[in-house]
Write a protein that binds this ligand. Structure first.
Ligand code: NAD
Ligand code: SER
Length: 318
């Protein structure tokens, strides 16, 4: 009988908000020597194999994949919604050509499986705002959203045309205590906790009534691992799955924090990120993810708030 080949995993963008936590989870699941973290930024802590790797350096990516006989890529490297608007051409280049290199490696090397994170930024002003359906109108207004929307279509194309096992979810705004977000529009929902504990007050860059879909990091990591472990025949959406956990406004998040810190105050100074947030939808219908591979979130607004404050208090008193 042929020996079962060990999974060898490559994570791009591994030093970012999600990559930091996902890489640790993957190392726990597959073994520290079977997960190679890569980024153009060094990790704060040296917890395993890491290599500096620019996603635009296609020759080096191929060498890394071949040297390590990589079988699965979690392709997280990207420039997010707010930062992306500062340099649209660069954002398109990194987000689009980075993905195309990874998809091509899926045809020419040992890579057999790819995870591509999409986003609620693929939705736009013409998309239904409440309970946004899986299959709907998408006219994204940011270069980030355009690149992710095109990326979803390329993932579907490589699956249908070449049989590549590409899987994807549209993450909502991700909230975490382990790592800081980088250049997104939903970043306020992480910043607010740090300011609440350190200063007792927060000036929010979105208006108080801007409702957005959000998710606690534990749920995001579990969704990613569950989708990647699902039998291939269950994964029926090969563009990207809608994924939901909670939706709230900055005012509702502030009220949830005030249950723990009654003196906490919030003020609002909306900037250019307000227009981006206003172009996205408020809540997501993720029934296909629930039906196809059993998705079910564990954290709502109150559970997430309690957990964030508990974990960050520990961090600040260490
Ligand atoms: P992040 O900005 O924290 O991390 C992205 C990482 O990509 C960074 O560490 C950065 O150094 C790296 N990177 C940028 N350019 C690169 C290049 N040329 N080569 C190699 N690495 C490069 O973002 P994140 O929040 O961790 O997001 C990870 C993925 O998840 C992204 O694809 C993002 O679009 C997606 N996503 C995130 C959220 C969220 O709320 N965090 C929501 C939806 C989707
Ligand atoms: N959280 C991300 C952003 O705000 C959404 O993909 O850019």
């Amino acid at each position: 009988m042929a020996e079962k080949q060990e999974e060898k995993i490559l994570v791009t963008g591994a030093t970012g908000q999600i990559g930091t936590v996902l890489t640790e989870a993957l190392r726990g699941q597959y073994g520290i020597n079977n997960v190679l973290a890569t980024d153009i930024k060094k990790p704060e802590q040296d917890n395993g194999r890491f290599e500096m790797l620019d996603i635009l350096n296609t020759q080096r990516i191929r060498e890394v994949v071949e040297d390590h006989q990589i079988t699965t890529v979690f392709h997280l490297a990207a420039i997010l919604s707010a930062s992306g608007e500062w340099n649209p051409q660069k954002t398109w280049n990194v987000n689009m050509n980075g993905l195309m290199s990874i998809l091509e490696l899926g045809l020419e090397t040992t890579v057999k499986k790819v995870f591509f994170p999409s986003t609620i930024a693929v939705f736009g002003k013409t998309t239904p705002r409440i309970n946004t359906p899986q299959h709907t109108v998408m006219t994204p207004s940011t270069v980030y959203g355009i690149s992710k929307s095109a990326g979803e279509l390329w993932c579907n194309y490589y699956h249908q045309r070449f049989g590549l096992d590409v899987r994807s979810v549209r993450y909502p705004g991700i909230i975490s205590y382990q790592s800081m977000p980088g250049g997104g529009t939903t970043d306020y929902a992480v910043d607010i906790f740090h300011h609440a504990l350190q200063h007792g007050t927060y000036s929010c860059f979105l208006e108080g009534d801007t409702r957005l879909p959000m998710m606690y990091m534990d749920d995001a990591i579990r969704a990613t691992l569950e989708l990647m472990a699902a039998p291939a025949e269950n994964v029926k959406v090969r563009t990207s799955y809608n994924l939901a956990a909670m939706s709230f406004t900055p005012a509702e998040l502030a009220a949830a924090i005030q249950k723990h810190l009654p003196d906490f105050t919030i003020s609002y100074a909306p900037d250019e990120r307000q227009a981006i947030a206003a172009s996205w939808t408020e809540s997501i219908d993720d029934q296909p993810a629930r039906d196809d591979w059993g998705w079910n979130p564990a954290f709502d607004l109150d559970a997430m708030t309690t957990e964030m404050l508990t974990q960050l208090r520990k961090k600040y008193t260490q």
